[in-house]
Each structure stands twice: as C-alpha cells, then as structure tokens.
Design a protein around this ligand. Structure first.
Ligand code: UDX
Length: 440
C-alpha cells in the first residue's frame, strides 16, 4: 500500500457517503462507492445524484467519466481498497429515543469477511459512544487478515453545503488506537491537512462524542434563542433585535442564533435524542437532561406557529385555504426528515384547513410521505386564493417575495413569518396582517 495515495472505499452511498465518495475523488483519490441498494448504485453510476445537493451533480459528472470513481453492490469488490469509510445511516429507532445501529452493524459484518490483507476500516456514521469498540470486535472476529484496524472519523457536513464542508472542513477528528491507523488517516486526508485544516487525534470514545456534543451544542443554541422568543412574546420585546444585540459579544456570536420555527432534519433532533438515551444507559442521564428541554422548546415553536395562524383566522382553521411555503427542513435541501414545516402543515390540515404546500425542491419527497396534503407547482399557485400564508422554510424565493404581488393573489392578507426573514414594515405597509415568532 502506498501511503501517498491509498485507494478508498465508501460503504453506504446515501447523503453522507455519496458526498464523501465524490469529494475524495475531487481531492485526488481512487474511490469505490458501495451500497446494498441496487437502484441507488445504478443511478450514481449513471451520473445521477439521488438527492438535492448544490454542486454535487457537477462533481459527480466530472468524475464518473474520469475512471477514478466507481460504484458497486459487492462488498468483495469494495474490500480491495486500502481504507474503508463506513457512511451508513443511524436513524432514530421506532418507539424509542435510541439510534438504530442495524445498518452500521451490517456494514461491518458485510465487509469484514472480505478483508484479506491489512487495512483500515473507518466509521463516519454518527453513533452512540461505545459503538466503535463493538465494531472493532466484529473486525477482530470476522476479518481473515491480521492487522485489520478500526478508526473513527466523524463528519460535520451541513446539507446544502456538503461539498464545501467535505473539501474544506473546519477540523478533522481521528479516533485511533495505533500510530499506524493515524498514519493511514493522515494519508487519506493529505490534501485537506496540507491546506492547514486542524487535526484532533484522539481515542474512539472521544471521537464518537465530538459529533454528538457538537450537534447538542448547536441545538441548544437554537433552542436558547427560541426560548427567548417565548419570553419576547409575553413582554413585547423583539427576539431578532435581542439576537443581534447579544450576538455582537464574540463569546456568543451571531451564528445559530436565528429564532424561528426551530430545527429539524436528519441530524439534530435524532442525535440529541440518541444522546439522551445513551446517557440514560450509562447512568449519567442528569448530565444531559437539559437536552430534553432543548427538544421541548423546539417542538413548542411548531405548536406556537399553528396557534399564530389560527389567531389570524379568528381562532379557527375550518375550511380556510392555507398556503404553506416550504416543505424541506431547511433551504437548499430536499430533505424532509423531521421537517418543522411539514409538521405544521399536517397539524393545520388535521384542524380542518385546506393546506396547499409549495417548495422549490422538496415537493416529491413531501408528497410521498404526506399524500393527504395538496401540492402546488409554484409560489403563485400556492398563494392564490389563500386566507393565510405561512412562510416555514426560508428559501430565497420566499425571502424576496413582493408583498404587493403576493397580496394581489391571496384572498386575505394574513401572513405568519415562521423564520423571521421578512421585513414586517414592508408587509404591513402593503396591507398585510404580519405575525412572526418572538416579535411584537
Ligand atoms: C447539522 C449540523 O450543522 C452539521 O454539522 C451536522 O453534521 C449535521 O447536522 P444540518 O442538519 O444539515 O446540519 O442542518 P443545519 O444547517 O445545522 O440546520 C439545522 C436546523 O436548524 C435547520 O432546520 C435550520 O432551519 C435550523 N436552524 C439553524 C435554526 O432554526 N436557527 C439557526 O440559527 C440555525
């Protein structure tokens, strides 16, 4: 094996894995992406990214013809690489807070028997502490070769910025047991390290914790400002000005201090819940009991948004036509996992409203999971004849809406700005009843 340019495999080509595979080729490596889902592999092999991520389709197209990126459904073929990155999902278990580790386990069990020479298997999936040691055990038991080692390398990529975050990460974290494993990981990220990216070399437990601790901190920061929004709502204060003012303190900072409908997506909600569940198992539930409150504050924002809309409709949703702008959990993504926007839309639908949802990229995904809602193909179609407009995901298309143009399409000028991105003065001047979370 040449330490200069080890060959890489990526096991699991979902959101994280597909991005990692394509970006590692961009960084100069030969990569084979492996997934048990034949359809996914066929689409990737044909140069099609199965989800919306800005910049990724162009990179995939560039490299699929270059011959250094391949895809397979065979563990045996993937096992020929020098270093293996396990990038499978760890969703929330149904009926529990805990993470479902079945995909991680099956990836290690699938790969291990084919590892016939010394190699490094690297976990990237977000897992509860203690998982790495179990996976190491699986490798020891099932890999035929001596010296097959484990590394843990959490990822921190944000949807919508996944390419940028993978090519230019803030930091690299290497959880390793030996100098050899560290050396392998350094070789696998050589161009990123040469660009000056800080590397934290640590043990498995710390590497596993870095990811959940970082996400818990981010979720807490969002819920902190949303808790302040609750206070603002009863005191007449304005949470957007409060956030601007406290954020100038560089110890606090402005990022992730944007009050609104709160967090959703495939990471923050399930990661903090999995952390609560794991801490409970470890007998240290008190240490993270605040995360229950973080989750609670976050969910209360959804309920508050439903109430604000009802207030504008004189207390009742019955038969009202409601335009919901946004279905993705955040802009620049087609991901609807735990989407606050869809949660609000379904709650309002359940109260008797006729809900029409529009999103620039997430309609297909939303329709699959919520066929009971009505979907529009454009912003104009969604708002036409509406008694109430709810802005729930802050796509640019919604941020830049003209209150007069939209005003001419609706039946009544009622608006809830669930993301605090519109200018209240402008909308009120155009004759709208404007309401927002945490603002007078
Ligand atoms: C997050 C982490 O940022 C990333 O490091 C980790 O690897 C995966 O989880 P992501 O889920 O892509 O990334 O979304 P992110 O941009 O962090 O936003 C999460 C949610 O918080 C979104 O629903 C967003 O709308 C919301 N949010 C974010 C706020 O409500 N207010 C803010 O100030 C920031």
């Amino acid at each position: 094996m040449s330490n200069e340019r080890p060959t890489l495999s990526v096991i699991g080509t979902g959101y994280l894995g597909a991005t990692h595979a394509v970006c590692m080729v961009e960084l100069g490596y030969d990569v084979i992406g492996m997934d048990v889902d034949e359809d996914k592999i066929k689409r990737l092999q044909a140069g099609e990214v199965p989800f919306y991520e800005p910049g990724l389709p162009e990179l995939l197209a560039k490299h699929i013809d270059g011959g250094r990126l391949r895809f397979t459904t065979s563990y045996q073929e993937a096992a020929q690489a020098d270093i293996h990155f396990v990038c499978v999902g760890t969703p929330q278990l149904a009926g529990s807070y805990a993470a479902d580790l079945r995909y991680v386990e099956s990836a290690f069990r699938g790969l291990a028997p084919h590892l016939t020479r010394r190699s490094l298997v690297v976990g990237k999936s977000t897992v509860p502490t203690g998982t790495a040691v179990k996976m190491e055990q699986l490798l020891t038991e099932h890999a035929p070769a001596d010296g097959v080692e484990l590394g843990w390398n959490p990822e921190f990529l944000r949807e919508g910025f996944a390419v940028e975050d993978t090519l230019h990460p803030d930091r690299l974290v290497f959880g390793v047991r030996t100098g050899w494993a560290e050396q392998q990981l350094r070789a696998a990220f050589a161009p990123v390290i040469e660009a000056g990216t800080p590397v934290v070399v640590t043990d498995f437990a710390t590497a596993e914790l870095v990811k959940v601790a970082a996400n818990s901190f981010l979720a807490t920061k969002i819920s902190f400002i949303n808790a302040m929004a609750e206070i603002c709502e009863v005191t007449g204060a304005d949470v957007t000005q409060l956030s601007t003012a406290i954020g100038y303190d560089t110890r606090i900072g402005h990022r992730f201090l944007h009050a609104g409908l709160g967090f959703g997506g495939g990471c923050l909600p399930k990661d903090i819940r999995a952390f609560i569940a794991r801490a409970d198992e470890l007998g240290v539930d008190q240490a993270v009991s605040f995360l229950r409150e973080v989750d609670g504050i976050n969910l209360r924002r959804r309920a508050r948004t439903v109430d604000l809309g009802a207030e504008l409709l004189d207390g009742r949703y019955d038969d009202a036509r409601v335009a919901v702008l946004g279905a993705a959990f955040k802009p620049n993504s087609d991901d609807i996992r735990d989407s606050p926007a869809l949660d609000v839309a379904t709650a309002i639908g359940a109260q008797g409203a006729h809900v029409v949802v529009y999103d620039p990229h997430a309609i297909d995904n939303a329709r699959r999971v919520h066929p009971e809602l009505t979907y529009a193909e454009s912003l104009e179609a969604a708002v036409s004849g509406a008694h109430l407009v709810l802005l729930l995901t802050e796509w640019d298309e919604f941020r830049t809406m003209d209150p007069r143009v939209v005003g001419d399409l609706v039946a009544r000028r009622n608006l809830v700005d669930g993301r605090n991105v519109l200018d209240p003065l402008k909308w009120r001047d155009a004759g709208w009843h404007y309401r927002a979370l945490g603002r007078p």
